[in-house]
Ligand binder design. Structure first.
Ligand SMILES: Cc1cc2nc3c(=O)[nH]c(=O)nc-3n(C[C@H](O)[C@H](O)[C@H](O)COP(=O)(O)OP(=O)(O)OC[C@H]3O[C@@H](n4cnc5c(N)ncnc54)[C@H](O)[C@@H]3O)c2cc1C
Length: 410
């Protein structure tokens, strides 16, 4: 982005990152229209793909570009979010396979830094940053992902361990992961937010049964998990017993802040590929098409700048975490608008789709539907903005103060 406006120090950092990436990581493949080819959706469940991803992440770590804003004592670089943005911008042109570690590092590693014990941080965070451990989140359950505090998965104390039983679902990347952050219910006789404890769960533990879920876009990045008598050491608890809502809420705040930082970079992709598509289809002279492309370009720029501004505000403490969802809501809607425009320009070319086809526009359309659900649905995030930013009355929640064992389930 705006190279000419950044400080000399950041500019030097950018040049160092650019030179290292060019020398050590293969460039991302480009399509005819100049845009980057997206990773094959099935590849991310392929052990060979993940092995190379881990090698590249280790190289990024060893070169001092992993965990840029993480504390130095846990393997990070102790640098600013501006340094992180610069590296993300430069990295976009290279096939680091960083998407494999995105949640693991930026959401879950950061959650361990914020809520973990010293031992948990020292043991796990450097390995997370180096890609030796991949983490995922076990938040959603079949009974519903939006009502996170209403979880039914149970953990029961047994000496210096806990025994976990229940079911999680929609867990991105479970097949390739090593550990999960897993909220559970440890008390049933108190209101739902007051009986939650969060665990670090080793996915190789006996009793963890992972089953991939095939998706409409051809991928199978999700799993559902059946947890049967899974034994977890009490020392794996993240945060305090029955105080896990603080950790779960904190994780979501970290997720929204990361989405803001990442969205500022992702939105800067521009509309060159849509212009190329409209030109190829003979539609570029159509004033209606031009207007849609311009509208999207404006919306993307506004989103990118808003993301940077809100993220900077949250980082400096000028804005509280309630602002994070604004970035997610706007980014998700733009992603869907972009996919819909691409599909309408592609016309009959994108009418059919089979797994393995190169039809990026159909695939984009199908994948984009998840944008307003992943990481919290737009409806629920609008509720957050309504309550936390605008101070509007809280939505009715009849089960909020009831002991959880008196709340009807299913
Ligand atoms: C790409 C992708 C990746 C994901 N990765 C993970 C992951 O790694 N780990 C994980 O745990 N989960 C993951 N999820 C699940 C995601 O968090 C849930 O899909 C999301 O929280 C919504 O939950 P749900 O699907 O159970 O829908 P429900 O909670 O059942 O909601 C159904 C509908 O009702 C609406 N709704 C619910 N409550 C309200 C309300 N109070 N007010 C207004 N509308 C409401 C919702 O907006 C939604 O449209 C992922 C989802 C996607 C799409």
């Amino acid at each position: 982005m705006a190279d000419e406006l950044e400080s000399a120090e950041l500019h030097t950092y950018r040049e160092r990152a650019r030179a290292w990436l060019a020398a050590n990581i293969p460039p991302r493949a480009r399509l005819d229209d100049g845009s980057y080819e997206e990773p094959d959706l099935m590849a991310e469940s392929d052990p060979a793909y993940i092995a190379v991803a881990r090698e590249r992440q280790a190289a990024v770590f060893d070169a001092g570009f992993a965990g840029i804003p993480f504390p130095v004592e846990y393997g990070g670089q102790g640098l600013s979010y501006d340094h992180e943005r610069v590296f993300l911008e430069e990295q976009a042109a290279y096939d680091t396979r960083s998407q494999v570690f995105m949640v693991s590092i930026n959401i879950l590693g950061a959650t361990v830094v914020e809520f973990g014990t010293e031992e948990q941080k020292k043991r796990h965070v450097p390995k997370i940053l180096r890609g030796e451990e991949i983490w995922l989140q076990f938040l959603s359950e079949p009974s519903g992902g939006s009502d996170l505090a209403g979880m039914l998965t149970r953990a029961t104390r047994d000496g210096d361990t806990y025994v976990i039983n229940g079911q999680k679902t929609w867990s991105t990347g479970a097949q390739r992961s090593d550990f999960a952050i897993c909220p559970t219910r440890t008390r049933w006789d108190v209101p739902k937010h007051k009986g939650i404890s969060v665990f670090i769960l080793d996915l190789r533990s006996p009793g963890v049964d992972l089953r991939p879920i095939k998706q409409i876009n051809g991928g199978a990045e999700f799993c559902e998990e059946f947890l049967t008598d899974v034994v977890v050491p009490a020392s794996n608890m993240l945060g305090d017993e029955n105080e896990g809502w603080r950790v779960a809420r904190g994780l979501l705040n970290i997720e929204h802040a990361w989405q803001g930082r990442n969205s500022g970079v992702a939105e800067a992709v521009g509309v060159d590929d849509l212009i190329a598509l409209a030109t190829e289809r003979g539609l570029i002279g159509d004033v209606g098409v031009q207007r849609k492309i311009v509208d999207l370009h404006v919306a993307s720029h506004v989103q990118s700048l808003a993301a940077q501004r809100i993220t900077n505000g949250m980082t400096s403490g000028a804005l509280h975490h309630g602002y994070g969802p604004i970035v997610k809501v706007g980014g998700a809607l733009n992603r869907q608008r972009r996919a819909e425009l691409g599909k309408s320009l592609a016309g009959s070319v994108a009418a059919g789709w089979r797994p393995g086809d190169e039809d990026r526009w159909s695939r984009d359309l199908l994948s984009s539907r998840s944008a307003t659900l992943a990481g919290g649905s737009n409806e629920v995030l609008r509720n957050n903005v309504s309550e936390q930013v605008l101070g509007l009355p809280r939505e009715a929640s009849p089960d909020r103060e009831l002991p959880f064992n008196q709340v009807p389930h299913n």
